[in-house]
Design a protein around this ligand. Structure first.
Ligand code: FES
Length: 878
């Protein structure tokens, strides 16, 4: 391999660049890819293979195979042939030890008899202790690149959704023409091209034609997006494509598939030696990068373009032998670490010396995306391959993917021979493994795929599907059209997880007080789809303010419903297991809503505002679901009741702490004394000059007032209360402090402390279930639970540990999990860890102990069934 003195339409010879390859300096030019720079520097081994650590070299130069995967900086599995060089780039060849050139792990190649197809089911399992020892070794020495163990400095990535009239996938001649036609009649047209440039193969042979085609297409108004392979077609249809830093989601009225053809390799002995390449790799190296990949080439002419490739090699100074494989099929390649010759069949068999073996022109339609889109394929005998037959409405296939073009000779499967014959280069699957698998009964392409991992590697069958299908047909003695094709699934082209997680529009809700939280330096967290303050200062100090002085929390995100009507009581009594008909006007009751299996869905308060009017609150995260839930049942029961979701209409705050009454007296003329407004009582009147509903409730263990005011005045009321609380040392508090304060009181959080199986009996809320009333959701199941008792109970616990056990930690007995921790925090007030855990019902007794296991640590916890703080509720009711 060498750099030619001229040529290379993509490189700028006036701009030399140096890159580091395994600690060695490699000279390149601007516009080179890592692969072309390696080739120009004479580096033949681009990496080591997946399983057997065999040397591999550049093969396709189009990003279609997995031969050239390297690590760039910390980023593993970069295709060297498509990533452009940058000054100072640090490149490491993968899957080798100590180096790609001298890989001692190549020993696995010699012991491959111990790793037959499906070896993980077969070997190293007896005696049983062997597999756990062998598995980590296999995992360590096999595989692709390694993920960095520190977070990568990720570039910003975007997600873009577009709606063109026409989407053309593929920027070859057919795609460009289709795009120009569509745009010519006024349709908004988007063209996606996987490579950096449109034109594909044409670029390597006639860059002038590409330039003029592209110019014409742009002039017609087509939007051309390059370096963006479409990797999946989903229902909709939705086409997903991966740009360098953009995830494209495309919904078009019409999709034109111009995905062209893919060049295939051939299966023969030692067909993976570096120096064995596809003709497209040669064309691209010569024309785009001015690199001659070999001095002495044998070109196997599977298709018409072989002549072009041979001529280009000759013109660049190589000695070329053109072979007709229908007369002289390739039997094997010869060489050690690099191709040095080829043995051809025929009469007599011939051996030719070479340093470059070109498999030229065995091209098959690239139908994978079409199959994903639901197209039916048929076997076309004239070109011996599958072509699209029936396409879903609104889709077209044009150009060579539709079967247009000249017929290649598809390499025939070979007979068993000395040396490994690779059917799938990515996954190191050999013809012998396939033969063995067929013998074992895995005789369809789908089964072979799963048993051998054939076509499951990074190339997703691009370079090996056809040869694998042919082998399957050959080994099972069936005609090729009768061999099933494995299901085509996204992603057709590898996509980084970072790109799939690309920043997209995240709907977020903010309360009317958001600005004030930001000004106060709040750190935010997600609570459902709300952004709510997690804390403003150390949450321990926020708790301390609530316990000893007064604190204010924004609870505007609570769900709020107004229920009216002559049968509003009937509605609520069916929705809640509690009795509500006896609730006096002005009074408030805590309630949990259940589903028809008695599972807790949500909780909140019900305040009776009038004989036929209620104000109901639900959790922040449950608002939308409860809105639908209540309306669904109301429609079914056809009661005279109306439900209005007023959640967005009201801002709400909880003013809590021993001085909260003092603050209230400064902001309202209402009588908020213990006598006039006792615990679980409501009042309506003006607060800060604004109409307000005040509820004497609180879940943080201290005297508190929940204040609801129209959202438009939320910020004003917040300001007035904060100002009034200054002298009392008031502090705003966030969700973290609220969690700690609630845990001290054992107030559960639905969804955190309960799950899809939790009922009131298990959750310690059986007191609210009133069977004496007629019917309510969940009644039947709860009757069962009442009679037999719950098998698990939610209990409070304390633990004398420096750190709170993580939520989700297992409750264990004799090493076996018997429960789980759902909430835990350290309470500075109580100087201990407080938490909630699900345990077997037998453990739900005050003072019983259990063990919590996490991170190799065992913590002892003590059950407490009453609130840990102010168990009698004296402070709450004060
Ligand atoms: S040589 Fe780079 S992907 Fe095939």
């Amino acid at each position: 391999m060498k750099r030619l003195p001229q040529g290379g339409t993509l490189i700028d010879r006036s701009a030399p660049i140096a890159i580091d390859l395994d600690g060695r300096r490699i000279a390149a030019f601007k516009g080179d890819t890592i692969g072309s720079a390696m080739a120009a520097a004479g580096v033949t081994v681009t990496g080591r293979s997946f399983k057997y650590h065999r040397p591999r070299g550049l093969y396709c130069m189009t990003g279609a195979c997995a031969n050239c995967l390297v690590t760039v900086g910390d980023e593993p599995n970069v295709r060297a042939c498509t990533r452009q060089v940058e000054p100072g780039m640090r490149v490491t060849r993968q899957n080798a030890w100590p180096s790609a050139d001298h890989d001692l792990l190549r020993a696995f190649d010699r012991t491959s008899f111990a790793l037959p197809a499906g070896f993980y089911y077969k070997v190293f399992h007896k005696p049983r202790f062997v597999w756990p020892m062998v598995e980590p070794i296999i995992r360590r020495v096999a595989g692709l690149g390694r993920l960095p163990n520190r977070p990568a400095a990720e570039p910003h990535r975007d997600r873009l959704t577009v709606y063109p009239d026409v989407l053309v996938i593929g920027g070859g001649r057919a795609g460009l023409t289709a795009a120009a036609e569509a745009a010519g009649v006024g349709r908004r047209t988007l063209l996606l091209e996987a490579h950096d440039q449109v034109g594909g193969r044409l670029l390597a042979t006639d860059p002038g034609a590409v330039a003029s085609l592209e110019q014409a297409v742009r002039a017609a108004g087509v939007e051309i997006v390059t370096a963006t392979p479409a990797f999946g077609v989903f229902e909709g249809p939705l086409v997903a494509a991966a740009g360098p830093n953009t995830l494209w989601r495309i919904r078009a009225h019409e999709i034109v598939f111009a995905t062209g053809t893919i060049e295939q390799g051939a299966v023969f002995a030692s067909n993976d030696l570096p120096g064995i390449v596809l003709s497209e790799a040669v064309d691209r190296l010569l024309a785009l990068y001015g690199v001659l990949p070999g001095q002495s080439a044998v070109v196997i002419a599977y298709g018409p373009q072989a002549r072009q490739t041979a001529a280009a090699l000759e013109q660049a100074g190589a000695k070329v032998t053109l072979v007709d494989p229908s007369r002289q099929p390739v039997l094997s390649a010869v060489g050690s670490g690099k191709v040095q010759g080829v043995v051809l069949g025929g009469q007599p068999a011939t051996r030719l010396a070479c340093d470059l073996l070109v498999l030229a022109g065995a091209r098959v339609p690239a139908t994978n995306l079409l199959s994903q889109a639901g197209a039916r394929l048929r076997y076309e005998t004239t070109i011996e391959t599958f072509v699209p037959d029936e396409l879903p409405e609104g889709m077209r296939a044009v150009g060579s993917v539709a079967g247009a073009g000249e017929s290649p000779i598809i390499p025939a499967p070979m007979a068993p021979a000395d040396g490994k014959q690779f059917a799938c280069l990515c996954m190191d699957v050999t013809e012998k493994e396939m033969r063995q698998s067929v013998k074992e009964g895995f005789d369809s392409a789908e089964l072979l795929k799963r048993y051998t991992t054939l076509t499951m590697g990074p190339c997703q069958g691009k370079a090996c599907l056809m040869s694998s299908l042919r082998l399957c047909a050959h080994l099972t003695d069936r005609p090729l059209p009768q061999v099933d094709r494995p299901t085509a699934r996204p992603p057709y082209t590898p996509v980084s997880l970072g790109l799939l997680a690309a920043g997209h529009l995240v709907p977020r809700k903010e309360t009317a007080i958001q600005e004030r939280h930001v000004e106060a330096g709040a750190q935010f967290m997600w609570a459902g789809d709300w952004r709510r303050p997690h804390h403003y200062q150390d949450p321990r100090l926020e708790c301390e303010a609530v316990h000893n002085r007064v604190g204010l929390i924004d609870v505007s995100s609570l769900g709020k419903f107004r229920v009216t009507g002559s049968q509003s009581v009937a509605l609520l009594e069916r929705l809640y297991p509690s009795k509500l008909g006896d609730l006096k006007v002005g009074r408030i009751r805590y309630g949990a809503m259940l589903n028809d299996q008695g599972v807790i869905l949500d909780d909140g308060t019900i305040c009776r505002l009038g004989e036929e009017e209620f104000f109901v609150t639900t959790t922040t995260g449950g608002t939308s679901a409860m809105d639908q839930w209540i309306k669904w049942w109301l429609a079914d029961w056809a009661l005279d009741a109306r439900i209005i979701n007023v959640s967005g209409g009201y801002a709400a705050f909880n003013l809590a702490g021993p001085h909260s009454r003092g603050v209230m007296q400064r902001v309202t003329y209402l009588d908020v004394s213990r006598e006039a407004l006792p615990y679980l009582m409501s009042a309506r009147g003006e607060l800060a000059g604004v109409p307000a509903l005040i509820l004497r409730i609180g879940f943080v263990g201290e005297l508190s007032y929940e204040i609801h005011v129209p959202s438009a005045y939320g910020q004003h009321v917040w300001d007035v209360i904060m100002e009034a609380g200054k002298d009392f040392g008031m502090a705003p508090f966030g969700l973290e402090a609220q969690r700690i304060l609630r845990l001290e009181k054992q107030h559960i959080i639905v969804g955190q402390d309960t799950d899809a199986l939790s009922d009131p009996y298990g959750a310690g809320l059986s007191w609210m279930v009133k069977f004496e009333k007629p019917d309510f959701l969940g009644r039947r199941t709860l009757e069962e639970t009442r009679d037999h008792g719950p098998s698990e109970r939610l209990v409070g616990f304390t633990a004398d540990e420096p750190q709170a056990p993580p939520e989700g930690a297992a409750v264990v007995e004799a090493g076996r999990p018997i429960g789980r921790v759902c909430s835990s925090r350290r309470s500075e007030q109580l100087k201990t860890i407080v938490g909630m855990a699900w345990v077997p019902a037998g453990l739900a007794e005050d003072g019983k102990t259990f063990e919590i296991a996490y991170d190799g640590h065992r913590a002892s916890a003590r059950v407490g069934l009453k609130p840990f703080y102010d168990p009698e509720g004296t402070r709450l009711r004060s």
